[in-house]
Design a protein around this ligand. Structure first.
Ligand SMILES: O=c1[nH]c(=O)c2[nH]c(=O)[nH]c2[nH]1
Length: 312
């Protein structure tokens, strides 16, 4: 928020305004091989600006209209002749508002990219055919007039499940506890991750190729490899907490330009099904085979893993 003291009333006002959920799709047509590239973005913009008179008086002369913000998304999408990553587009939009309008000092741009993937027909990548995948790519760019930048990317809704190599033992037992200890259970979650890049100014971001799009795929790969372990043996998970920490620390170890990662990993329960009657005591006896899938309630487990930067 933009805090400004209103001397007249001795009140403090914190304000921002913006346009939420501006939907835009962009096609880039490559002339050399006929391939089309496609993205669909949902853009939200929030501006911190000096426009106090609109709150204190009937004077809108400093307001950048939210309708103008919406139009700017389409203009900038049109103007970007070459493919760019969702991170670069967020920074471009944020930078525009901070540099074009004297009264805007901070722009916060959030974008959600839909997971459209090129289809494969008869083993060949289609030139202009796409299907919708599941997990989304998110970004938040906070740009200051000075060019200072905070950049985070994320994954939303990455549903993962393994049918073994998971357990939960040694937790607190008291008169309220009935959960049995186990070394054999299903582990299912829907990962929401957000990682902060260490680039601190617009001028310092890597611009070669689609740097951040590739990085997004690489981070996702590291998260999944750590969750599942090797294909034939897997890796044992003693708790969601431990697995979350290993996933986050693997990302920090692997990518020098990621300074922290927040992971939210609900523990989605698949309950053992045991059915028995007096007549048929072993009608369905659970042998790690038949489960009742559930959505709620679920365990909610989240943590942020960051580098400890020693300041000498
Ligand atoms: O991995 C787990 N972490 C928990 O904190 C927890 N709590 C619970 O009931 N089951 C589990 N599993």
């Amino acid at each position: 928020m933009a805090p400004e003291a209103a001397a007249k009333d001795e009140l403090r006002l914190e304000q921002r305004h913006g346009k939420a959920r501006v939907r835009v799709a962009r096609v880039w047509r490559q002339s050399h091989d006929g391939a089309h590239h496609f993205v669909e973005w949902n853009v939200s913009i929030s501006l911190l600006s000096h426009c106090l008179s609109s709150y204190h008086r009937d004077d809108n002369s400093d307001i950048v209209a939210t309708d103008t913000m919406k139009n700017t998304v389409y203009v900038k999408a049109k103007e970007c002749g070459d493919r760019l990553s969702v991170e670069e587009f967020a920074i471009l939009i944020g930078n525009h508002f901070c540099s074009f309008y004297p009264q805007v000092f901070t722009a916060i741009v959030n974008i959600i990219e839909k997971p459209w993937e090129r289809v494969c027909i008869d083993g060949k990548l289609h030139l202009h055919g796409f299907k919708l995948g599941s997990e989304k790519h998110t970004v938040e760019a906070t740009v200051q007039k000075s060019g200072a930048l905070k950049l985070s990317s994320g994954i939303a809704g990455l549903a993962l499940l393994k049918t073994t190599q998971s357990g939960f033992e040694g937790f607190v037992r008291d008169k309220y506890t009935i959960l049995p200890e186990t070394r054999e259970r299903m582990l299912a979650t829907e990962v929401n991750a957000s990682w902060r890049y260490s680039y601190e100014s617009v001028a310092s971001i890597p611009t070669k190729g689609l740097y951040f799009s590739e990085k997004f795929m690489d981070v996702k790969k590291v998260l999944m490899e750590t969750f599942f372990g090797p294909p034939e043996t897997g890796v044992y998970s003693p708790s969601v907490q431990r697995t979350l920490y290993l996933m986050g620390s693997a990302v920090l170890r692997r990518f020098a330009d990621v300074s922290s990662i927040h992971l939210k990993m609900p523990n989605i329960h698949f309950l053992p099904v045991n059915l028995s009657t007096k007549e048929n005591p072993s009608m369905v006896k659970f042998k790690d085979d038949v489960y009742l899938p559930t959505d709620e309630p679920h365990g909610s487990i989240e943590a942020t893993v960051s580098r400890i930067t020693s300041k000498m």
